[in-house]
Design a binder for this molecule. Structure first.
Ligand SMILES: Cc1cc2nc3c(=O)[nH]c(=O)nc-3n(C[C@H](O)[C@H](O)[C@H](O)COP(=O)(O)OP(=O)(O)OC[C@H]3O[C@@H](n4cnc5c(N)ncnc54)[C@H](O)[C@@H]3O)c2cc1C
Length: 323
């Protein structure tokens, strides 16, 4: 049943909590806010669970449906690991059953704190005052680039949807983690001629145990060709050039599927006023007086900073955080 999601675009009284991002983390926080009868609002720039909506069409999660459950709502899937389609159904049901207050298609642009200590969160449609803000914007918007000539050609994809466009095509898959192996296998089984370019000397050791033997065997038998300890040097419209231990190799090529991972939008987070430590992972600076060890680990993994501590302590997003 559809319920009214057209909340007012501007508010006079500050919200108790404004949640930026309507992904699983944002929804889990919203459920806790709903249970605590807070005056809260989720603002999402795209569709509900926008990142998951943009995941590969035939994707199966690595986590079990039990581990992805939030808000105590059972997540029923046909097999132990749910599909993207089942997950979308689940999150729609969550929205309905908790009647969560979510505004969609409204990107948050910037946030400032006024003299009274109230956050003013500006979006494309309005401005929302809030006493506390949870940032749950994930990391699926900005791909990690290879930074090589030709990476901006239309044949280079950083987001994979499905195998059909690659049938009968010469495809280079870059990377050796779960997504790269999944993509290499799916396109290979659907009839693409697949080559992998892998920076390390083997398939990433944390690749899931049911994927790893499959990809290793396809490489061993020659169905999928793999260049290890190799990087992409240049991408041209008809070919790619790889740097390999045996020197430069030029391959005829139709598509490059760069499964090199994604990163949080640090520029956006900085615009919201978040500061980062100088470490490699760019962990956010947090107030140690407010947070215990568990909370800190949780927040770092979730890539969100919760000013509202009660929410972070009561959250239970088991699979999402620790797959
Ligand atoms: C292919 C793939 C498979 C995965 N499989 C698993 C798995 O099996 N198990 C697991 O635990 N994890 C898995 N992950 C990781 C998974 O993405 C995260 O666990 C999960 O999506 C994190 O949820 P989130 O709400 O923190 O972030 P997201 O799902 O990314 O949600 C963030 C939301 O914030 C919104 N947003 C961003 N910027 C703004 C803005 N300026 N204004 C408003 N809204 C904004 C985005 O549109 C998005 O909807 C997988 C990831 C990928 C890419």
């Amino acid at each position: 049943m559809f319920h009214d999601m057209q909340y007012t675009t501007s508010l006079d009284t500050p919200l108790d909590l404004l949640i930026i991002g309507g992904g699983p983390t944002g929804l889990a926080i919203a459920i806790e806010a709903e249970k605590a009868q807070l005056n809260y609002l989720v603002i999402e720039k795209g569709v509900l669970v926008n990142s998951i909506f943009r995941f590969p069409a035939n994707m199966t999660f690595f986590s079990t449906s039990l581990n992805l459950e939030i808000g105590g709502v059972p997540f029923i899937s046909h097999l132990d690991k749910p599909t993207r389609r089942e997950a979308l159904e689940y999150y729609r049901r969550l929205l309905e059953s908790y009647q969560l207050k979510v505004k969609l298609y409204e990107p948050v642009l910037v946030m400032e704190r006024n003299a009274e200590g109230v956050y003013e969160v500006k979006t494309t449609k309005g401005c929302y005052p809030a006493r506390h803000v949870a940032i749950a914007t994930g990391f699926y918007d900005i791909p990690r680039l290879m930074n090589v000539p030709g990476e901006d050609l239309p044949k280079v994809k950083h987001f994979y949807d499905e195998a059909h466009p690659y049938v009968g095509q010469r495809v280079l898959v870059v990377g050796a983690a779960n997504s790269a192996c999944d993509v290499a296998l799916e396109t290979y089984y659907k009839g693409a001629q697949v080559t992998m370019c892998i920076r390390e000397g083997g398939i990433y050791e944390k690749v899931k145990y049911w994927i790893r033997p499959n990809i290793e065997n396809r490489i061993k038998e020659g169905g999928i060709q793999a260049f290890f300890n190799s990087t992409v040097k240049e991408i041209r419209s008809q070919e790619v050039v790889l740097n390999t231990p045996d020197g430069e190799v030029m391959l005829e090529n139709d598509f490059v599927l760069a499964m090199t991972g994604y990163q949080p939008d640090f520029a956006f987070l900085e615009k919201l006023g978040i500061q980062f430590n100088g470490d490699e992972q760019r962990t956010p600076v947090m107030n140690p007086k407010l947070l215990n060890q568990t909370c800190r680990a949780f927040i770092w993994q979730a890539w969100c900073r919760l000013d509202w501590i009660r929410a972070s302590c009561s959250l239970r997003i088991r699979g999402i955080m620790g797959r």
